[in-house]
Design a protein around this ligand. Structure first.
Ligand code: NAI
Ligand code: MG
Length: 360
């Protein structure tokens, strides 16, 4: 029989990025060995802050070209206290997202079985929080335009220019509407701040209403980002699919993760929907220096991200199976400390592997 080989570039990066990438590879190998018919060929790249300090680079000059040869990229986390965060981010993850045209960042949030929201049951039953946040991932507030003059003087001037293009807005809106349409509630909330920011955000609103005309079956509404934080906390059930700019969705998705129990469970997919370039999958959390090296990082966000990658490369059944295994494990109370459990990374990883073997 033919075995489908999916070539995966792995960039563990820094801190707990390394632990959770190891855990994800272990689980993915268990998945392919148990189900059969496909396998993953992993190539690991040692692009990290530690190596940057020794070598002077995160990615080699042909790094992006190397990545383009893979079917998908699995990313841990980048950033360490001895390198300024804007250097690490702008040397690795942001160039990858931009150069590989990963203009969508998909961030699902829900409360997994056996876990709890910090919200009280009167506000949020477990089934009340099931969101799909669609983050614009290529422009907006993270365009990288701007500069600094008169540096290190009392007269320093710094600008950080947000860029919004019609092309960029239209394509993220179409993706968001398609996502909303594919979900049972067919409901899309658009987040903006077009009262105070009167140019780029106004264009964002305008294009949203234009694209909405092509999707009359999708129920829409609009929120200002400040009020959105209140609605997420007090009326979680009123939301389903959410579309927001690069910065707003970055912030809202951390809030969403916290409301669903822990930042440690939240996944993300950086997608090039045209499939001309590989897409990249990573938990939304960072390198967590405060717990790095202790073996206690929650690997669930890494597994969920891995499941999204498995789905993207076309192994639907395996993706569903992996998520089922993860949720059966949390349901039994096998959880790390951030979720109120007492297991470590390895304990949860082994439990998920055994669960996969039981399921298939
Ligand atoms: P962080 O997400 O690394 O940590 C925030 C808090 O959540 C910490 O208390 C941490 O222990 C906890 N936490 C995070 N992931 C966890 C997990 N899997 N299990 C249990 N607890 C977990 O965010 P922080 O501290 O703001 O950033 C640390 C470094 O990571 C910085 O250098 C930052 O720039 C970088 N970073 C990188 C990202 C990426 O690679 N995509 C995303 C966010 C931050
Ligand atoms: Mg973030």
């Amino acid at each position: 029989s033919v075995t489908n080989v999916h070539r995966i570039a792995c960039i563990p990066g820094d801190g707990i990025g390394v632990d959770i990438t190891d855990a994800a590879i272990h689980v993915l190998n268990t998945l392919s060995a148990t189900i059969g018919g496909f396998e993953f060929a992993f190539t690991t790249f040692d692009w990290s802050s530690k190596n940057y300090l020794e070598r002077g680079w995160y990615m080699p000059p042909d790094g992006l070209e190397q990545l383009k040869k893979f079917d998908a990229i699995y990313f841990g986390a980048v950033g360490w206290p001895n390198v300024p965060d804007h250097i690490s981010l702008w040397s690795l993850i942001l160039p990858i997202r931009k150069a590989l045209n990963q203009y969508v960042n998909v961030r699902p949030t829900r409360i997994l079985q056996g876990t709890k929201s910090p919200l009280s049951e009167s506000v949020c039953k477990p089934s009340d929080l099931d969101w799909m946040i669609i983050r614009e991932n290529s422009e907006g507030e993270y365009s990288g335009q701007g500069g600094t003059s008169h540096e290190d003087s009392p007269y320093t001037v710094a600008t950080e220019v947000s860029i919004f293009t019609r092309v960029g807005i239209e394509r993220i809106m179409r993706f968001a509407f398609e996502t909303a349409r594919s979900r049972p509630r067919k409901k899309l909330t658009m987040v903006t701040k077009s009262n105070a920011q009167r140019h780029g955000m106004v264009l964002w609103d305008k294009v949203f209403y234009e694209v909405a005309k092509e999707y009359e079956d999708v129920e829409i509404d609009k929120m200002l980002v400040d009020a959105m934080t209140v609605r997420m906390v007090l009326q979680p059930k009123s939301l389903d699919t959410i579309v927001a700019t690069n910065l707003h969705a970055d912030i809202l998705s951390d809030l969403a993760a916290a409301l669903s129990g822990s930042i440690g469970i939240a996944p993300s997919s950086n997608l090039d929907p045209t499939r001309a370039n590989p897409s990249m999958f990573e938990p939304i959390h960072g390198s967590a220096p405060d717990i790095a090296g202790k073996g206690i990082a929650n690997p669930v966000g890494a597994f969920w991200s891995a499941a999204e990658m498995v789905r993207w490369v076309g192994e639907e059944k395996a993706a569903d199976g992996l998520m089922k295994a993860v949720e059966n494990v949390t349901a039994r109370g096998v959880k790390t400390r951030d979720l109120g459990g007492s297991e470590d990374t390895k304990g949860v990883t082994e439990a998920v592997c055994r669960e996969i073997e039981d399921l298939f």
